[in-house]
Ligand binder design. Sequence first.
Ligand code: NOJ
Length: 547
Amino acid sequence: MLDLWYKDAVIYCLDVEIYMDGNGDGIGDFVGLVDRLDYIAGLGVNCLWLMPFYPTPNRDNGYDITDYYNVDPRLGTLGDFVEFTRQAEQRGLRVIVDLVVNHTSTDHPWFQAACKDKGSKYRDYYVWADEKPENADEGIIFPGYQDSTWTYQEEAGAYYFHRFYDHQADLNVANPKVREEIYKVMGFWLQMGVSGFRVDAVPFLIELEGIKDTAEAKDPLLFLKEIRNFLSWRRGDAIVLAEVNEPMDKIADYFGDGDRMQLLFSFMGNQTLTLAIAREEAAPLINGLKAQPHPPEIGQWAYFVRNHDELTLDKLSDEEQDEVLQRFNQNKEDVWIFDRGIRRRFPPLLDNDPRRIRLTYSLMLTLPGTPVLFYGEEIGMGDDLSLEARDALRTPMQWSAQKNGGFSTASPDELVRSVIDEGPYGYQQLNVIAQRRDSESLLNWMERAIRMRKECPEFGWGSWEIIDTDNPAVFAHRCQWKDGTVIAIHNLSREACVVTLKLKDDEATCLTDLLEDQPYEAVQQGSHEIQLEGYGYRWFRVGGIHL
Ligand code: NOJ
């Protein structure tokens, strides 16, 4: 089944609004994005995930939609979107878009109609209660920013359910009409040329809170299968990449037998990677990977270092969370949000140490799954803690040392969000052009690493196992697929070490270093002794390279 393209894709996530401004109004747009497609293609990624770009009052960065069938006029037109997908396709880039159907904005015409008239057909699109349910204070997603999950709506004369902010009213997905609307939305964007969806908040999409006992409500997981059937019927190679941060005993349900979601973000991998990097010890990551169920044959884990949200650490114990903060030298009051995560990008957690940054991304790119990069990670962008909540890490892309980091020609006070303009992460130093000129830059490293990753399909397709080493700081694993075997070793510690790898006999003769970071010594038969500098890593192909 070689055509499961997502198995060895490299995905790049961006928010059009802050990527590139094409018309000088201070807001990123599709015209600007089209202009940067050669840059994106040059990185070597082959799938773009666009965060929500639909009409929105923008009270949750576009995750509050008022029209599923359009482009926010600040970002362009549907015509611009189609031109964008055409141009992306020409460069071999697939596009997936955010599907946010757990809720609509309360400004959505459906919700407005539902509030105005109890008899409206839209009334049952949402979830209502006459009295405030007793559990209204439970399951709040944005503590500190959200008081309740049920809010009274004057005009409607009832309480409506909202898992997230009070301006994001949950859709009643037990209503078959709502499901039809969702399929129509999916069908629309598939027709527009997208290769699938990143589906927002999937566990909440299928939850039954406040929903009356209907046939649909009895088997919520069936909805995932319906979504998948619809998707695959309309476009055989389309994917769903689902946001599911659930306990390990529940998560396999989201893959099903390969008949539900194809890709799930690995929140377990992300959090245990974070702890492993913080502690300079491989064990948390090894345990995290082992705790995850094996995806079915057509399923896949999507690995990431950071995304547009807080760095959620909810799968770690309270002590481990504190340990991460302490080892990364973070002041909890400044960075901790929603009682569960850190509102920062990764380089500031690593004190901008280039060796440790490369180590982290080298790990991400070699984990057995599909890597997902967040825009700006390729140049090691920082964050701005003076911005509200998660906006700290959603600053405009830094293209050059020109005004506004080359993001926009507007005056700085017209920008949709300010560009980082001071310190080591300021656009004056840290930008794409500067890194282009510097052969040692993170950008050049990332491009090479992504290219090498694509030359090693074993990481995405293969079976994998941990290789025991004699050093607790070293994470070593082997991925095998067809006739190929690759081995990656990562020294999470600042201390240099020599690690003994005891390999299978038929692997013992020759290892080829694919992406060296220091001269590599030849090894002895049967057992390889590999010197790793502090935060050093190696990718090996067993045997020679076939190029
Ligand atoms: C998950 C998204 O990643 C996040 O940014 C958003 O606030 C919530 N879902 C609500 O849509």
